[in-house]
Design a protein around this ligand. Structure first.
Ligand SMILES: Cc1ncc(COP(=O)(O)O)c(C=O)c1O
Length: 306
């Protein structure tokens, strides 16, 4: 495939830490040439879109509300290649807005029970998949692998409109996004804000970095809740970001990560930092699924969506 168009970036300063010594907090939002391949997905899918041979499709894995699967389906529709999503679910729910959107975008969906889903990294499982779908390139869950991280390494997150940042951060789940920042800026401190409680997360990040590398510039904050856990305080935090700063977030990734960052700032855990650049990784399609599951009221959904 010919080279892809480049994304544009929008910066916004967020005055969430008000005292004078507090660091500046800059949010970097990516505007993708294909709107639904939003946030980190535009970067993570970059290598796969370029590696794909003519006629070849892309197959990947995701949960029932996966941002990654919607982004992959949208890329398939835009660039005219077939896509398959293996979904972690017992049964495909036809009313689920994320799965519905994937189907509208032409993705073939296949349900995988939890036990089979967990085998996705195992060589025998992958070998069988390759035999069943010989015309598809297989991408891991979340698009997090070496190639996905290399795509993220294109992100110019260091240079805020007010000068270079001394701390780079983002929501972290499968690790590819943080791995991209770590390798792009080996001299700058990178902080993963986990939105999952996963003791293997550090290892997953290392797997997205070149095997011979030994980057020392990164750390993970301690997660404050399990993946997908959304409570009233977190939703209220996202609504405040929207009402006060016109910043649109969702509570599974960006809202949760910013809430954790604001707690770290309040407890003084980031002393010495002068300027933070936070990558807004997208994920706003997830708002439909949150409303569908009644985790947002109609008023919250409308506020966050607009
Ligand atoms: C919107 C959004 N933000 C952040 C992440 C976390 O990125 P990573 O899985 O690369 O850690 C994801 C998940 O893949 C996501 O969908």
């Amino acid at each position: 495939m010919a080279s892809l168009p480049t994304a544009t970036y929008h910066w916004q300063r967020l005055p969430i830490a008000m005292d004078q010594d507090a660091p500046q907090l800059w949010i970097c939002t990516l505007q993708a040439p294909v709107v639904e391949v939003a946030g980190n997905k535009w970067l993570k899918l970059h290598s796969a879109l370029q590696q794909r041979k003519p006629g070849q499709g892309l197959l990947s894995f995701g949960g029932a509300f996966s941002n990654h699967l919607v982004a992959l389906a949208a890329a398939g529709q835009h660039y005219h290649f077939p896509t398959i999503g293996l979904v972690r679910t017992e049964q495909l729910d036809t009313h689920n807005p994320t799965l519905r959107r994937c189907r509208e975008l032409g993705m073939q969906l296949i349900a995988l029970d939890r036990i089979s889903y967990r085998q996705q990294q195992q060589p025998e499982f992958l070998a069988r998949l390759k035999i069943t779908y010989p015309d598809y390139l297989i991408l891991p869950e979340g698009g997090s692998d070496l190639a996905g991280a290399e795509g993220v390494a294109q992100l110019p997150l260091l240079q805020t409109p007010d000068g270079d940042a001394d701390l780079l951060c983002c929501a972290t789940a499968s690790g590819g996004t943080l791995a991209g920042l770590i390798q792009r800026y080996p001299e700058v401190r990178c902080l993963g804000l986990p939105v999952v409680k996963d003791t293997s997360l550090a290892d997953r990040i290392k797997q997205c970095l070149p095997p011979t590398s030994s980057y020392q510039n990164w750390q993970l904050a301690e997660a404050n809740s399990a993946y997908g856990k959304v409570n009233a305080e977190l939703v209220a935090f996202c609504c405040q970001l929207k009402l006060h700063y016109q910043l649109t977030t969702e509570p599974i990734y960006t809202g949760k990560a910013l809430q954790l960052l604001s707690q770290l700032l309040q407890t003084g855990s980031l002393s010495g930092v002068k300027r933070i650049a936070f990558f807004h990784t997208g994920g706003l399609q997830g708002l439909h699924g949150l409303y569908y599951r009644r985790l947002l009221t109609e008023a919250q959904y409308r506020l966050l969506l607009t």
